[in-house]
Design a protein around this ligand. Structure first.
Ligand SMILES: [Zn+2]
Length: 236
């Protein structure tokens, strides 16, 4: 009897460890099982890519476009299909302003345990909306919450879609909004040649992120960095 308990507890411990490992793997920003992903580009060129996730959302999209225009920066927007369907004019405006647009799924759901057919529908619908917005270059993908694992990377690999994550995440840590100065400081500390910077600016709750953009651009330019799109960074 004792022996059965010992075996059972070992099996339970093993299963818990496997579950924990799987979860860690699913949220790892620099690893995926198939096809690989890019969290930064290995380059000696002092270039970085600013990336903005989610949206488009009314009001906030105009605000970030105005800022980028004033700063002379081209960025990469990973947009959500359902939001683009609600605001096609905003998606088109981002494209017309010369920014890169990528696929950030249709529903912004966790895709870790999503069946393959549903994953394909999320990707295809969002790609179609990006094309309808007038974007003609390669469409890169960024998984919602950075989560992937098995089915999603396999589908991405099959359709030849490249996965882009990030290596600089200045808003992370708490759910609360960090002050704009802290966001700027983190980006300046963590950025290196080839970095991909993740930010969210198209929400009411992300006002300080939007405020941080001019400081990030000025600070990195002062350090000799140039801002390019993710595709331009990949070409290095
Ligand atoms: Zn997102």
């Amino acid at each position: 009897m004792k022996r059965i308990f010992r075996i059972l507890s070992m099996v339970t411990a093993g299963l818990l460890l496997a579950a924990w490992g799987t979860w860690q793997l699913s949220r790892n920003a620099s690893y995926q099982l198939y096809g690989g992903l890019t969290d930064r580009v290995d380059t000696a060129q002092p270039r970085v890519a600013l990336t903005f996730d989610d949206g488009p959302t009314p009001g906030h999209t105009q605000a970030i476009l105005d800022q980028l225009d004033a700063l002379g920066v081209r960025a990469t927007f990973f947009l959500v299909g359902d939001a683009m369907a609600r605001h096609p004019e905003l998606a088109a405006q981002i494209v017309r302003a010369g920014h890169q647009v990528g696929n950030h799924s249709r529903t912004h759901s966790r895709m870790v345990f999503m069946p393959a057919a549903q994953v394909r529908e999320e990707l295809d619908t969002t790609d179609r909306l990006i094309r309808e917005a007038g974007y003609t270059d390669e469409i890169l993908f960024r998984p919602p919450y950075g989560k992937k694992l098995l089915v999603l990377p396999w589908v991405l690999h099959q359709r030849g879609t490249r996965t882009i994550t990030w290596d600089v995440e200045p808003e992370s840590g708490s759910g609360a909004e960090p002050p704009a100065d802290d966001i700027v400081e983190r980006v300046l500390e963590q950025s290196r040649p080839g970095s991909i910077i993740l930010m969210h600016v198209m929400f009411d709750s992300r006002a300080t992120s939007l405020q941080a953009v001019p400081g990030i651009v000025a600070g990195l330019r002062e350090r000799g960095f140039e801002f390019v799109t993710v595709s331009e960074l990949l070409d290095d």
